[in-house]
Write a protein that binds this ligand. Structure first.
Ligand code: NI
Length: 182
């Protein structure tokens, strides 16, 4: 396994639409190794998720995991999920504001409105079809990673850039504000 270099805002790969992975290639050594490397990279940098674009590979693969994470100390735990060729459907009209950060936008946070619940259909790393409903923080992370695979970053989704904060200032001025924040 290897820790991969993470593309930062401004790298064109973050603006590319990732290509689907043919289902019969999911179990190939190349794809499996990419998935392992993405998991290791996400854990190394305390990400809640990581999309393949962020490691310079425009394929429809994302990994999500939230355990004890110093970047998101109050977030509910999410066991490791590998998401391939995701189709994400908002469930209901309800949106919720919450803080997001991104390994490709280092040391920043901003408030982003997201659907409170989404349906997710995708393949897992064994090539099995997965269908689930996610709510709250899990739904937020799915939407964030799905956006990456479509060339969208969370800044594009912010309604009001005045909440965009450097993490050091965020810790001083915003921590604990808005209870629904992650
Ligand atoms: Ni991100």
């Amino acid at each position: 396994m290897a820790i991969l270099k993470v593309a930062r805002l401004g790298h064109p790969i973050l603006r590319q639409v990732a290509k689907p992975v043919p289902p019969d290639e999911i179990r190939s050594p190349e794809v499996q190794r990419l998935i392992d490397d993405m998991i290791e990279t996400m854990r190394e940098y305390d990400g809640a998720g990581l999309a393949a674009n962020q490691v310079h590979t425009a394929r429809q693969i994302a990994v999500i995991e939230v355990l004890a994470n110093p970047r998101y100390p109050d977030a509910p735990h999410i066991p490791l999920v590998v998401v391939i060729n995701p189709v994400v459907t908002p469930l209901g009209e309800e949106t919720e504001d919450g803080w997001e950060g991104c390994l490709s936008v280092p040391d920043m946070r901003g408030i982003v409105p997201r659907s409170r619940a989404v349906g997710l259909e995708c393949y897992d790393r064994d090539g099995q079809k997965v269908s689930l409903i996610a709510k709250d923080f899990f739904a937020r992370v799915i939407q964030h990673e799905h956006d990456h695979l479509n060339g969208i970053v969370y800044l594009d989704r912010m309604r009001d850039l005045s909440t965009l904060s450097h993490i050091a200032e965020w810790n001083k001025h915003w921590l604990g504000i808005r209870e629904q924040a992650d």
